[in-house]
Design a binder for this molecule. Structure first.
Ligand code: SOE
Length: 395
């Protein structure tokens, strides 16, 4: 792989909304904070709207703006294709990129369905192209430290994992039917959008695998207006007539139980109706010798309970993960000068570039990790439909 990339890494990005913005910033900022063996170049950005894509290109410094992603896969200049489009576009774009011999960095979840994820993992394996999935929370400094503590055996055998990903932005019934609310485009609701992060995080932190799951998915608002939301007013068509409404075809919230291969058991929640939470990505892991807990809304801290201490000294300890004792925080500011959400993507870019240049031998999450996650997503949906437990090996 090292001979494929020289000192320049030409990036082609597909998608310019939320993740397009987070990724543009990450490709731009990473070389300012990390000494990288290759310099990422914002070569071409691709989006459906020529006008909007040009505007985003000018804002972030992308050299070129196109509306057909095949211009990226066909360009001999492009080294890596960054897929930041809705879930149903990942499959087609990744297969084309693999066939063109491009490295691929794909947003999560890997795909809309398990079948598509399987084809994507097979395609990058066959094409032998470097492949990455933007499970960005793996690179939160506090979670990097949590993994180090678990690997050192500081909490011992794991009994329980407990992961909640709580948002509340879809409680408004006037929010129109966006792509994240359509099974055809997203595959699932918060299960694949948020639960995917929790599933990947627990795999990453514990090194464990899911054995079987039992899921409950629920849709609170069964239909929504179709079209643009007029901020603060009821949604309406341009002519002012009452807007069409259509059925929501994904979960608004999902809870599931899990048995892991180690014998640990887990509870998971993913919802966009958790009033009081904006981006409450949290977990707690209880082990034989200790416990760890984290809440993204308290980004810089990891809570550690060391059960091996003398009884008079036992208690939850809040560790400020800003002192550079993790792989990332030291690249930014002195202790106590906190970093945030966007830095998890910058950290990811640094690790991608180091992997592509051969400075590191492994990068996770890759498409195999994305496929393991997609298997669990599929099993949870199957379990919900059957109202019964489903083994991962069954899907
Ligand atoms: C929307 O729910 C979303 O943008 C997710 O898609 C991201 O993965 C998460 O990090 C923030 O919320």
């Amino acid at each position: 792989m090292p001979d494929q990339f020289g000192k320049i890494l030409n990036v082609g990005l597909i998608g310019y909304r939320f993740m397009g913005k987070a990724h543009s910033n990450a490709w731009l900022q990473a070389p300012h904070f990390f000494d990288l063996p290759a310099h990422p170049v914002l070569h071409t950005i691709c989006g459906r709207s020529a006008e909007k894509t040009r505007e985003v290109a000018d804002r972030w410094g992308w050299k070129h703006a196109v509306t057909d992603y095949r211009e990226l896969t066909a360009s001999p200049e492009i080294d890596l294709i960054d897929i930041s489009t809705p879930n149903n576009a990942h499959w087609e774009q990744a297969l084309a990129a693999a066939e063109a011999g491009k490295a691929i960095a794909c947003e999560k979840p890997l795909a809309r369905t398990l079948s598509e994820a399987r084809q994507m993992a097979a395609a990058v394996k066959k094409a032998r192209v470097p492949n990455f999935v933007w499970f960005n929370y793996r690179r939160v400094p506090a979670l990097a430290l949590a993994r180090q503590l678990i690997e050192q055996g500081r909490i011992g055998k794991v009994y329980h994992v407990r992961a909640l990903y709580l948002q509340s932005w879809l409680k408004n019934p006037n929010m129109p039917l966006i792509w994240r609310l359509s099974e055809k485009e997203a595959g699932s609701g918060p299960l694949g959008d948020l639960g995917a992060h929790s599933i990947d995080l627990i795999r990453h932190l514990t090194g464990d695998e899911f054995n079987e799951v039992c899921g409950l998915a629920h849709t609170f608002i069964k239909e929504r207006p179709v079209g643009e939301m007029v901020e603060g007013l009821t949604a309406r068509t341009r002519a002012g007539r009452k807007m069409l409404r259509a059925r929501v075809t994904v979960d608004d919230a999902v809870f599931f139980l899990a048995r892991l291969k180690s014998g640990a058991i887990g509870t998971f929640e993913a919802t966009r109706f958790a009033t009081g939470h904006h981006n409450g990505n949290s977990f707690e892991i209880n082990g034989e010798k200790g416990a760890l807990r984290f809440n993204f809304e308290d980004f810089s801290y990891l809570d550690f309970f060391d059960d091996t201490l003398p009884p008079s000294e036992k208690g939850w300890r809040r560790i400020s993960v800003t002192t550079g004792h993790d792989p990332y925080s030291g690249h930014y500011w002195p202790a106590g000068h906190v970093i945030g959400y966007e830095h998890t993507f910058i950290n990811t870019v640094a690790d991608i570039v180091n992997r592509l240049a051969g400075k590191t031998r492994e990068f996770h999450a890759d498409f195999e990790d994305g496929l393991r996650c997609q298997e669990v997503l599929e099993a949870v949906l199957t379990s919900h439909r059957r109202r019964d437990w489903v083994a991962i090996k069954e899907v």
